[in-house]
Design a protein. Structure first.
Length: 141
């Protein structure tokens, strides 16, 4: 079982269930506002979610922050709990290397960026270094 994918899927499901919408036109915006129980002119009652095109109710801001903070903590805790790099960390790197086409590019930069890690972070941690090396080796088999 891929423990990284299990946690990632759990987090994705929670985000998918969060009441927000994405709009890239006035029509989509009006429809999304309606889905939140708001009128198209109730713009003072929503926040924009960065540059993603996403919107959510201002009244749900604390809920969103708590959820995203908890997700980050759960990911960090899972990394810290894998003292050898053979479990969650290996699964994490294997999944994200594949997701970022490492087998074609042989470049880990986009994988590290997606995981919010630097090469220095990996070099400082025996577990991260081991997990990354084992995952990279899988692509050479």
């Amino acid at each position: 079982m891929n423990t990284y994918k299990t946690l990632r899927d759990k987090h994705q499901q929670e985000v998918s269930n969060f009441p927000m919408f994405f709009a890239f036109s006035n029509e989509q915006f009006a429809e999304g506002m309606k889905g939140l129980g708001l009128g198209p002119d109730d713009v003072d009652q929503v926040y924009k979610f960065g540059d993603t095109g996403g919107y959510y109710r201002r009244s749900d801001a604390a809920w969103l922050r708590e959820m995203l903070d908890r997700h980050e903590k759960e990911r960090k805790d899972a990394i810290e709990a894998d003292s050898t790099g053979d479990g969650y960390i290996f699964d994490m790197f294997l999944f994200e290397l594949a997701n970022h086409e490492y087998g074609y590019t042989w470049d880990i930069a986009s994988t590290l960026e997606a995981l919010d890690l630097t090469l220095e972070d990996v070099e400082k941690s025996r577990a991260l270094k081991n997990g990354l090396e084992k995952a990279k080796a899988r692509f050479k088999e």
